[in-house]
Design a protein around this ligand. Structure first.
Ligand SMILES: NC(=O)c1ccc[n+]([C@@H]2O[C@H](COP(=O)([O-])OP(=O)(O)OC[C@H]3O[C@@H](n4cnc5c(N)ncnc54)[C@H](O)[C@@H]3O)[C@@H](O)[C@H]2O)c1
Ligand SMILES: [Zn+2]
Length: 359
């Protein structure tokens, strides 16, 4: 079954039929005349681009721009390479970029398209679980500045998003796990049943339903607050501590997958939710045991708590010098704009480290 999800001005398609729907979009009058550029990375050029070109005839003549894979490539130097390649190939306002890849390609490709000639249209074809269920839509595009995550970017929507779950068959298991952390987050903040399904792992037969359920949760929140002035902050659960930990390991040149750092953030921020008397001990235990069961061996425990807190000071979500958190108000509910002082955050990081090191 193919899901077609309304996302404001565009649609997100999930399932077997996603590529034929992409072909239909690119054959519409608006896009038919446009020159097409595919942005991919060194893995998706091999694992995904040939299948797409074979089934989307509108892309037969597309020019391919390839970037390095991985988070360290999500920076402004890579953007310069992409902008130059576009300019040298004559891309103009009558061009469309098709981003084919994980969250790195869709974040960076969306940013390059939004800034090239003050903005040309782009399509996202997410090829990782993380980008299908979370990163490949919602309007946030951007890159990192050294270790500071997503610090340069913009809000701008793709003209369509096409998730073809068969691409997940070539994705390393560790990246499936990484994506599952965002799906768990969606359940924790908004839908207890979704959390219960996510805890059991991804259905290998057809993950489309689970991906579509996550997309719907995220888009309900985004549609109500696209520019993150309020409710959209709910999606940041696990990310205040998660992003700081991710920055810590990026700086140490030991990048850890985004979802693994979100899993760490979920543990620490569930602890803060419990400290704030919003989450029962029993629910905290359920979350921590489930997350540790899947992620313990993937989350390093040698971080320096003081440095992680320092990195949190740069968080875009902070206000008036306070470190801002989204907390769980029971599993399946959440609240935003809760602040903690550094002593309380240190306690949460100590709790995380103790959980990671105990046998
Ligand atoms: N914009 C948003 O709303 C948003 C939300 C969540 C995460 N993100 C961002 O997403 C990024 C993480 O995304 P990711 O986990 O997809 O990482 P990624 O893009 O680095 O992809 C992970 C790896 O899988 C490879 N790959 C991709 N598709 C493949 C396939 N089908 N088969 C084999 N290999 C494949 C990639 O080349 C890469 O090596 C982070 O930078 C994060 O900040 C953005
Ligand atoms: Zn995330």
């Amino acid at each position: 079954m193919t899901h077609h999800i309304e996302a404001g001005d565009y649609r997100i398609h999930v399932g077997e039929g996603a590529l034929s729907t992409l072909n239909s979009l690119l054959n519409e009058t608006t896009y038919r005349q446009m020159t097409k550029f595919i942005l991919c990375d060194e893995n998706t050029v091999e694992y995904c681009v040939p299948d797409i070109i074979a089934s989307v005839n509108a892309l037969k003549e597309a020019q391919i721009i390839e970037i390095e894979s991985g988070e360290p490539a999500k920076n402004i130097d890579t953007c310069i390479g992409v902008w130059k390649a576009l300019a040298e190939s004559g891309a103009n306002r009558n061009s469309v970029i098709i981003n084919i890849g994980g969250g790195v390609v869709t974040d960076l490709g969306g940013f390059c398209a939004s800034t090239y000639m003050r903005g040309i249209p782009f399509v996202n074809v997410p090829t990782t679980l993380l980008s299908m269920a979370d990163g490949g839509f919602g309007g946030k595009n951007g890159v990192d500045l050294d270790e500071l995550k997503n610090i340069v970017g913009c809000f701008r929507d793709p003209v369509g998003v096409f998730c073809y779950p068969k691409f997940l068959s070539t994705l390393a298991f560790e990246h499936i796990l990484s994506g599952l952390a965002e799906i768990m987050k969606h359940g924790l903040i908004a839908d207890k049943n979704h959390w219960t399904s996510a805890m059991k792992g991804l259905s290998s037969e057809d993950p489309s339903d689970m991906i579509a359920a996550s997309i719907r949760i995220k888009m309900n929140v985004v549609n109500a607050d696209p520019k993150e002035t309020g409710q959209r902050k709910l999606l940041n659960f696990g990310h205040t501590i998660g992003h700081a930990m991710e920055s810590y390991y990026l700086r140490a040149e030991n990048p850890i997958h985004h979802g693994f750092m979100v899993a760490a953030g979920i543990i620490a921020e569930s602890f803060l939710s419990h400290k704030n008397e919003l989450l029962e001990m029993q629910e905290l235990d359920e979350i921590v045991n489930s997350v540790l069961g899947l992620y313990k061996e993937h989350i390093p425990n040698d971080f320096n708590e003081g440095e992680v807190i320092q990195l949190m000071m740069h968080d875009k979500k902070n206000k008036d010098g306070n470190i801002n958190f989204t907390l769980l108000n029971g599993i399946g509910n959440s609240v935003y704009d809760r602040t903690f002082n550094t002593k309380e955050i240190l306690e949460a990081l100590n709790y995380l480290k103790q959980k990671l090191t105990s046998s």
